[in-house]
Design a protein around this ligand. Structure first.
Ligand code: PLP
Length: 430
């Protein structure tokens, strides 16, 4: 039986890419095609695709390959440490047989150590498994919550959040509610709103936090604010679910980027954690990720482990091996690990430098606006604060393409094009 599903008409990222390709201006810049799709309209599903199916269902897919890092020439980048690890994996002439349900044996606990720290008080009571990158980890965590969370089957995510979060959790039949996070007026964190929402949620609620480099705003709580958030969560017995997709990529320092996760553990929380190695190792298409849950003791960890396997086995049996072998080789070899850390810092520093340059150039042109948010935000994305009509004008008059909400992918900025970008923004915004 074929389902009457209307085909994709055109994605928003696709529109930007097409318009960008058709533009003959040699100075054109694409800062939008790498972004997630807006959650409106990319697909149309008829109101009742099949009897008993959801009415007016709307899919909210994120385009694959979103948010990828580019080097200063605008090209994809394969880290030399990854090339070296891959060479070793190939030289070892390993077989291609299945990994176990929880993946390449050397990988999950090494990934956990990267997140929780080598001397974490949680070591020994972390149930960890390899997953199909960060998305798979979130999906697994969602399914675990659906089955085993004792309270309401609901998760609270920030406003805004990565476009895929809502879809992932809803697909696991969790209700998704949003808490206040971003303040449009200050282009910064709505800390008071966030605290109020944490306090007014029922005891034992599940809260999703971006561990660092909040996507899409680039706005993170400060360490002091994280401490306060952790204390409120303790008082309210909330269950924190951390999504860590950018460890090391945010500040250039993996330990610093893990501050929130480690602070929560120091404070005695049991947490859920999703990790992705897509950005920090540039392993996007290899789909290397990990999911972990901190348990009460070794006995509880055994039970959690067993339940994770029960969820994974019928879902995808076991994860792909190549990317995890590469990641495990890097994580478990001190020399290669040090090299990798320097390379992650190189990527983070390039992003930070482009932010600085953009701000300096805007100020240099005489702009009287406050552009401090460009440099205070971190990670791959920046909210410029440009209004939809201003974005349209920047695109039309200067061939700079990005989404209408004013969000740019900083990794699309290079030493060569930053001048043109600043000029375009300045001419439109002043
Ligand atoms: N979480 C956030 C906040 C992200 O931005 C991403 C990717 O863009 C992911 C999770 C998952 O990415 P992947 O499934 O490629 O690891």
């Amino acid at each position: 039986r074929s389902l009457p599903i209307a085909v994709l008409t055109r994605s928003i990222a696709g529109c930007i890419t097409e318009a960008f390709k058709a533009d003959s201006n040699p100075k054109k810049i694409n800062l939008g095609a790498l972004l997630s799709l807006s959650p409106t309209l990319p697909y149309h599903v008829p109101s009742s695709p099949h009897p008993g199916g959801p009415k007016n269902a709307q899919l909210t897919p994120s385009s694959p390959g979103v948010g990828a890092y580019r080097d200063d020439a605008g090209k994809p980048y394969v880290l030399p440490s990854v090339r070296e690890a891959e060479r070793r994996v190939i030289d070892d002439k390993m077989n291609k047989e299945y990994a176990g349900i929880t993946g390449v044996p050397e990988f999950p606990q090494a990934a956990a150590k990267l997140a929780y720290g080598n001397d974490s008080p949680a070591l020994g009571r972390i149930a960890a498994t390899q997953t199909i990158s960060g998305t798979g980890a979130l999906r697994l965590g969602a399914e675990f919550l659906q089955r085993w969370h004792a309270g309401e089957k609901k998760i609270r995510i920030p406003t805004p959040s990565w476009a895929n979060h809502k879809a992932i959790f809803q697909d696991a039949r969790l209700e998704v509610e949003q808490y206040r996070y971003y303040n449009k007026d200050t282009i910064g964190l709505d800390f008071d709103g966030m605290v109020q929402d944490l306090k007014s949620a029922p005891e034992g609620s599940v809260f999703l936090f971006h561990a660092c480099a909040h996507n899409p705003t680039g706005v993170d709580p400060t360490p002091e604010q994280w401490k306060e958030i952790s204390q409120i969560c303790l008082q309210k017995k909330h269950l924190p679910f951390f999504d860590m997709a950018y460890q090391g990529f945010a500040s250039g320092d993996s330990d610093r980027d893990a501050f929130a996760v480690r602070q929560f553990i120091r404070d005695g929380h049991k947490i859920l954690l999703s990790q992705s190695f897509a950005k920090n190792m540039g392993l996007y298409g290899e789909r290397a990720g990990a999911f972990s849950i901190v348990g009460e003791d070794a006995e509880e960890v055994k039970r959690i482990d067993s339940q994770l396997k029960i969820i994974i086995r019928p879902m995808y049996s076991n994860p792909p091996i190549h990317g995890a072998r590469i990641a495990a080789t890097i994580l478990n070899d001190p020399k290669l690990y040090t090299q990798w850390q320097a390379e992650v810092k190189g990527m983070a520093d390039r992003i930070i430098t482009m932010r600085k340059l953009l701000r300096e150039k805007l100020e240099g042109l005489g702009s009287k606006h406050d552009w401090s948010h460009i440099t205070s935000q971190i990670g791959m994305f920046a909210y410029t604060g440009l209004k939809p009509d201003e974005v349209e004008k920047v695109t039309k008059d200067y061939s700079v393409y990005f989404t209408k909400d004013g969000r740019i992918s900083v990794s699309g900025i290079t030493s060569d094009n930053v001048g043109h970008l600043a000029e375009a923004i300045y001419k439109v915004k002043g």
